[in-house]
Design a protein around this ligand. Structure first.
Ligand SMILES: Cc1cc2nc3c(=O)[nH]c(=O)nc-3n(C[C@H](O)[C@H](O)[C@H](O)COP(=O)(O)OP(=O)(O)OC[C@H]3O[C@@H](n4cnc5c(N)ncnc54)[C@H](O)[C@@H]3O)c2cc1C
Length: 364
């Protein structure tokens, strides 16, 4: 089949590669001039173990399966990664109860190697840490997300797939058994495809509304939750990922380390009405307070505004977190069309597993 994947983020690229490996003729249309210019270049680059999500949800299933696939892919394709492990820390008894609940949830989700450890054991691993207990997750890690996307693109091209850059998809309509796709951009025009996958990230809902015959009530709302990061101007003190317990809308301001060992903090949760990518330096004040609960030694003046990313959420403040939404033909009644909505964290970790499921929807 001739398949169009809309969006060259990590999810679109993983789907395009999987479709090409399955023998399809694959084109990716990307509105910007390069790969990974959307949510995929604005995240924590953490390989999540799969602890937090309700058992049986798409997020739980694709995170644990995708994580195993991702480590395997990185190892066989020379993609930089480090299974550095993670500590979810409790600084008081209320948080300890939360950490215990996370252990139970993680075990139910089939996450390997989880262990509840005491404050002294945690400090033996990370000397600067202040906590009364922690959940150790040895399967958590970090990945060079751009290197991963480059490797996916390489395999796509090896199978004769291609990416059309600066090529926004404007409209879709059914013409017989094919999708007629109207492109804008530098080579504007219309082309027919046998199947279309909408992996447009923050643009997925807008595109779904421009699909002729797509039931409007099947387009979920899009809620934007910005996550701001602050870099650390000093010598790194942690070698593992350090997470507090979760907050509404996110996993809490955590410490991530990159492959060069540098530390950064974030993301927080800032509900915003429209896309914007500036980091307000004043937000540092609340970062100091939150980080010092588990790292009292954080020096004053050491946080510098870094980047931010926007989570494409399906629910807003105070509402329960939504699952990923993979809308295939049975969800909307149109053939050979899959829309992905709400692919926020852990979308990077889940991408290879999501791709497997999506390609399964495309019937030859
Ligand atoms: C702050 C933050 C932290 C995160 N941390 C993690 C983490 O540590 N681990 C993890 O696993 N996940 C994490 N995630 C989630 C992860 O980054 C995303 O799930 C993933 O990157 C989504 O990829 P995507 O391909 O769906 O979207 P994107 O990367 O946004 O790709 C969509 C692409 O579609 C293009 N596009 C849009 N509309 C059109 C159109 N009409 N025509 C053509 N192209 C179009 C866009 O230009 C874009 O390139 C985080 C997310 C955020 C925001």
């Amino acid at each position: 089949m001739q398949i169009l994947v809309v969006g060259a983020g990590v999810v679109g690229l993983a789907i395009a590669r999987a479709a090409a490996l399955a023998g399809h003729d694959v084109t990716v249309a990307e509105a910007t001039g390069g790969i990974g210019n959307g949510v995929s270049s604005r995240n924590s680059e953490v390989i999540h173990a799969g602890i937090y999500y309700p058992t049986g949800s798409l997020r739980a299933r694709h995170c644990t399966h995708g994580r195993r696939m991702l480590y395997e892919f990185c190892a066989t394709h020379g993609v930089g990664h480090n299974k550095c492990g993670k500590l979810i820390v409790a600084t008081d008894t209320a948080e300890l109860a939360k950490v215990e609940a996370l252990l139970a949830q993680g075990l139910k989700n089939g996450v390997e190697g989880l262990e509840l450890i005491g404050g002294n054991a945690a400090r033996a691993l990370e000397a600067e840490l202040s906590c009364i207990g922690a959940l150790l997750s040895p399967e958590s890690g970090i990945v060079d997300s751009h290197g991963f996307m480059l490797a996916l693109w390489g395999e796509l091209e090896d199978r004769d797939g291609m990416i059309a850059f600066e090529t926004p998809v404007e409209r879709l309509s059914l013409a017989g058994s094919q999708w007629r796709v109207q492109f804008g951009g530098r080579d504007a025009g219309a082309v027919a495809f046998d199947a279309v996958v909408n992996a447009a990230g923050l643009g997925a809902q807008a595109l779904a509304r421009r699909i002729e015959g797509y039931p409007p009530d099947k387009v979920p709302r899009l809620v934007l939750a910005k996550g701001n990061y602050f870099g650390f101007a000093g010598r790194p003190v942690f070698s593992r990922l350090i997470y507090p317990t979760q907050v509404d809308g996110g996993l809490g301001v955590h410490v991530t380390v990159d492959l060069a060992g540098r530390m950064r903090f974030g993301p927080d949760v800032e509900w915003i009405p429209e896309e914007s990518y500036t980091v307000d330096p004043r937000r540092a004040d609340s970062f100091y307070d939150r980080i010092r609960t588990y790292w009292p030694g954080l020096p004053a003046g050491s946080l510098v505004p870094d980047y931010c990313g926007i989570r494409p959420k399906l629910t807003g403040p105070g509402e329960p977190a939504a699952d990923f939404m993979i809308a295939g033909p049975s969800a909307h009644g149109l053939p050979q069309l899959v829309n992905l909505f709400g692919i926020e964290s852990p979308g990077l970790t889940s991408s290879l597993s999501l791709a497997q499921e999506v390609v399964g929807y495309l019937v030859t």
